[in-house]
Design a protein around this ligand. Sequence first.
Ligand code: WT7
Length: 632
Amino acid sequence: MTQPPDKFESLLHEKRVIHPTAETKSRTYIKDYEAAYKQSIADPEAFWDQAAKELEWFSPWSKVLEWNYPWAKWFVDATCNISYNCLDRHVKTWRKNKVAVIWVGEQGEERIFTYAELYRQVNRCANALKSLGLKKGDRVTIYLPKIPEQIVAMLACARIGVIHSVVYSGFSAPALQSRIQDSEARLVITADVGYDRSKVVNLKIVVDQAVANCPTVEKVVVVRRQQPGVPLSASKEIDWYEWLKNQKPTCEPEKLDAEAPLYILYTSGTTGKPKGVVHVHGGYMVGTYLTAKYVFDLHDDDIYFCVADPGWVTGHSYIVYGPLLNGATILTAEGKPDYPDPGRWWSIIEQYGVTVFYTTPTAIRLLMKYGEDWPKKYDLSSLRVLGSVGEPINPEAWEWFYHVTGSKYPIMDTWWQTETGMILITPLPSIMLKPGSATRPFLGIEADVVDREGNSVPANTGGFAVIKKPWPAMMRTIYKDPDRYKSYWNIIPNCYTAGDVCRKDEDGYMWFMGRADDVIKVAGNRIGTAEVESALVSHHSVAEAAVIGVPHKTAGEAIKAFVILKQGEKQSAELIKALMAQVEKELGKIAVPRAIDIVPSLPKTRSGKIMRRVLKAKELGQDPGDISTLEE
Ligand code: WT7
């Protein structure tokens, strides 16, 4: 991260608030957030100790937390296994025949796994891994499309203490190769193909190219979806179904130290080489379990639909681990939100009676572009709780999402990171919401907005979002790069710096303003990208916007905006003027872009985040650096 600046201007002042309905309040676990929060942070270790006791451990901890700044150990000396808690804990009960996973394919196919069936599959796969000599501490790269085998493979690795490294199947061969090399994986699990808007994506070819330069890889397992199956080389490649076929459906879970690594997940910083974020069994299990339970208010009759891909941390924590730890029914659907048409997700919600729907601002804005008629066609009354993650959700998108789903389901705008493992700043269903704000810290989490010395800044002043105490699901290190891990705790004394700029309002509600690296400095005022973008998107003609800072003779930097219009909107000089006026009205003169380009698309990461530095490099004719995570 660049040098922390002194002061951020916060210009956006949303005033709307939304109170929970009586129905929401009556059902939710945490009815009085303020009281629960106060109690939790009075003694966070006691709080997490209680939470951990809701799960099963093979042997207990001697201490909840051992904190050697900035190194944390949670549930010291305890042994456990996250796959045991996701599966065996439920299979022992009536949940055995409860549906664990509903998978919907892009072509409308459906596969359903009960907890017992998922348990058997995972055990077979764990035994199959063992049959190849894989053991505790080895790494396996999982490069699969969004199919149930992805979940099975992750849990199977966890079961025997093998560390999984899931690589999103949209990544290119060089990106896959560097991730396999960094983790020194012994095995790669892949599929012949994925589907993207009916187009066949040949994954096997990507793996062939990547693995050619990865001497640590001994075998490649291939899930063959197509008939006739792609040919496999006898010496190195194995068919998934053959591999599992003769394996026993039971496999003792490895009794692992709570601090044993569970997975490595590579995340790109804004610059430089991807970082292998390491999460562990014990603390991660407790953190994802409790946040999934309270934020989404999971009960046994819920159908929980998370649109993420298990290739991202959202998929790890809130498709696979968090919900399964809760014994929930998870729905996961292959494919894009607007394919075959923009009614895709709404129709899935109607068809399966989805009760909890967790999505992203990018997807909401995309669906917004197609208008209200699509959600209106479907019965969405099964819903109870909505969620958003990945970027700041601008108040217009928030309101739209709220409105088209019936104006009564609370939206959990969850702020967290790959590194944090679990949701940290978030509403709970029972609290008052403010559209555009991620609201308050989760129970047991102490968060603040500070200047570069670590002093709290006054209400409604921008600063750095920081977390002041360790939490159980925090990353333990960056794989093979402890110094890079330490840097998160070194930027501002005595806390974890997330790299986001944020403000707290007079109610202590947190408003994220974008990444510190993207902040624009106009005439000495630091302006968060999210605020200007939100102001642009609040104009009825705009679907999406991105802003960057470009050098300016007098102001230091000037704001340049890139805007995608809604369907049917026409570009004109008047429109540009109107957009500038809109920003002035929302934020003031200082934030008005000097130039606005209307564009057909924006450079995004494969997880849907706008890559402002790519826009900037292009604008300035510079080298954009590492673009392996770029979608198109
Ligand atoms: C960064 C982390 C967390 C899972 C998916 C992304 C931004 C994430 C929000 C939110 C405002 C958000 C932050 C954060 N972010 N959620 N609700 N409001 N910003 O994980 O790829 O590690 O990205 O995403 O900038 O630092 P990630």
